[in-house]
Design a protein around this ligand. Structure first.
Ligand SMILES: Nc1nc2c(ncn2[C@@H]2O[C@H](COP(=O)(O)OP(=O)(O)OP(=O)(O)O)[C@@H](O)[C@H]2O)c(=O)[nH]1
Ligand SMILES: [Mg+2]
Length: 340
């Protein structure tokens, strides 16, 4: 899964990048880092299978170092980058900064970015509908475009449940920005642990997940050993790091779950969207496995722990042979049988 940081200049994007990945962004145009998703199921299965390698689910995070115009943070480069990502992380500045003459106004920052994302898509939809009229062609996605037109025209985000997955698929080529999942991080002084009320209400209405961070505090925290981190957080009345909150929020916003694979080579967690069928999940591992899919041998992690081994699971009836359409569950340990 890919995620990308956007926001006004000096809002703290690069500091957030450092806190989440542990890497200091360089001078390059794009800095890339990974965020591994801690998963005790992977740890426990690794202790049992002793594989050569263990691999957690991960997010690949991008931070951009490109000039942003005064009028919009969605410059052509940023737009291009958003189109390629699964998740936008918008950082809003809610602290006084000597680096800019702009005042502190996270609500306006949010509304401006929202407007820019929406206008961008509205113009694309409008142009496409106009062209279709001229060409007198009936586009298969016409209805979806008309739906989008009416929502975007009102300056609203198309809600996730407003178009079905099939409809979204029909317009996937357009790479609409306003259909991307987004999380808002409000960067504010340490000790202020609440998103300002007005902003919170707006984000709630827009179905956008949010939480606040103090980026410099989180950078310092990320440099500590895990045990020290717990103490440090407690001193500030917190229980979770920004990294932990980000992972939870990203899984929630993107509707993700993880399934697991085991073996002598690798124990691994794979992030997929809730509701993904077994055959599509197989394709995440390799296209050959999807193409030659026969069955998904499945044991749920909880059953594996309860009965202690694969053979005990079989005796207890907890070992299942699932077909292509089986909807993979969080914590399923899957072995795909395939033939190519
Ligand atoms: N007081 C305060 N300073 C912060 C906070 N977050 C970031 N800063 C400082 O603000 C400056 C800009 O932070 P960056 O993380 O570089 O912000 P950015 O959004 O990446 O900035 P650009 O990439 O230049 O647009 C740095 O000096 C940070 O140390 C904060 O929450 N409070
Ligand atoms: Mg930066």
């Amino acid at each position: 899964m890919k995620a990308a940081l956007i926001g006004t200049p000096f809002s703290g994007k690069s500091s957030v990048f450092q806190a989440l990945t542990g890497l200091v962004p360089g001078k390059k145009e794009e800095s890339i880092g990974t965020i591994k998703v801690p998963d005790e199921r992977v740890d426990r299965l690794t202790d049992i299978y002793l594989p050569k390698k263990k691999t957690y689910a991960e997010f690949v995070l991008s931070d951009f170092n490109v000039p942003v115009s005064k009028d919009t943070v969605i410059s052509p480069k940023i737009k291009n980058m958003i189109q390629k990502t699964d998740l936008i992380i918008l950082v809003l500045r809610n602290f006084e900064s000597v680096l800019t003459v702009e005042g502190v106004d996270p609500v306006s920052e949010y509304l401006k970015v929202k407007e820019d994302l929406i206008i961008n898509d509205f113009l694309v939809v409008e142009r496409r509908i106009e062209r279709e009229k001229k060409e007198k062609k009936d586009l298969p996605e016409k209805k979806v475009l008309q739906k989008l037109y009416s929502i975007l025209e009102n300056g609203e985000f198309p809600q996730r449940d407003f178009i079905s997955e099939d409809e979204a698929e029909l317009v996937s080529n357009y790479k609409f920005l306003s259909l991307k999942e987004m999380i808002v991080l409000v960067n504010q002084p340490e000790g202020q642990n609440q998103v300002p009320e007005k902003l919170k209400r707006m984000l709630h209405e827009d179905k956008v997940d949010s939480f606040c961070v103090s980026a410099p505090f989180e950078v310092e925290l990320a440099e500590l050993e895990p045990e020290e981190q717990t103490e440090f957080l407690k001193d500030y009345g917190l229980t979770e790091s920004a990294k932990t909150r980000f992972i939870k929020s990203a899984y929630h916003s993107l509707g993700l779950i993880s399934f697991l694979t085991t073996g002598p080579d690798e124990v691994r967690a794979w992030p997929i969207k809730k509701g993904t069928s077994a055959v599509v999940a197989a394709g995440k591992i390799h296209s050959d496995i999807q193409r030659g899919f026969i069955r998904a041998e499945t044991i749920h992690y909880d059953d594996f722990v309860k009965y202690g081994s694969e053979s005990e699971c079989k005796k207890a009836g907890a070992y299942r042979l699932e077909g292509k359409e089986y909807s993979v569950r969080d914590g399923d340990i899957v072995n795909f049988r395939f033939n190519v």
